[in-house]
Write a protein that binds this ligand. Structure first.
Ligand code: ZN
Length: 180
């Protein structure tokens, strides 16, 4: 078990398209250790999710866990989920705006609109199939992690940079804007 260093915006690995993990490699010690370390790392930093490129591994693996989280209070919870080689399809045109943060974009929050109902298809940490729908904040969080696997960060999704703020100013002036 280890807490991994998180790549910060500007590191080229955050801009690479991550490589899918062959199903037979999922149960290897290397991948299992990476997943365990990613879980420990996201918990250490009170993140909602973490993608492998953020810990310098250009692989299509992400973890998500929405529990009582001081960085995102009042959100609904989702148990620990590991998704590998994910595919996401939006099931609605309806979007929701969330002020997103990112462990790789330290200290900033920015408002992003994304579809609020999605279908996620992926493999889990045991190589089993995940095929599940998500609504609301978890749907947004999954799309944020998926973006990391495609070399994108939430800043790329912003259409109004006046809704980009440092965390203290976000808390002071914009916290009331969350409408979920
Ligand atoms: Zn992120």
């Amino acid at each position: 078990m280890a807490i991994l260093k998180v790549a910060q915006l500007g590191h080229p690995i955050l801009r690479m398209i991550a490589r899918p993990v062959p199903k037979k490699e999922i149960t290897t010690e290397k991948i299992q250790t990476l997943i365990t370390d990613m879980i420990e790392t996201v918990r250490e930093y009170d993140g909602v999710g973490l993608a492998a490129p953020q810990v310098h591994e250009s692989l299509q693996i992400a973890v998500m866990e929405i529990i009582e989280n001081p960085r995102y209070p009042n959100e609904e919870t989702v148990p620990l989920t590991v998704f590998i080689n994910p595919i996401v399809n939006a099931l609605t045109q309806e979007t929701m705006e969330v002020w997103e943060g990112c462990l790789s974009v330290h200290g900033l929050r920015g408002a992003v609109s994304r579809p609020n109902h999605i279908r996620l298809q992926a493999l889990d940490q045991n190589g089993r199939t995940i095929d599940q729908e998500y609504k609301g904040f978890p749907a947004v969080a999954i799309q944020h992690e998926l973006d990391h696997l495609q070399g994108k960060v939430f800043l790329d999704r912003m259409t109004d940079l006046s809704k980009l703020a440092f965390i203290n100013e976000y808390r002071r002036y914009h916290l009331k804007d969350i409408s979920i």
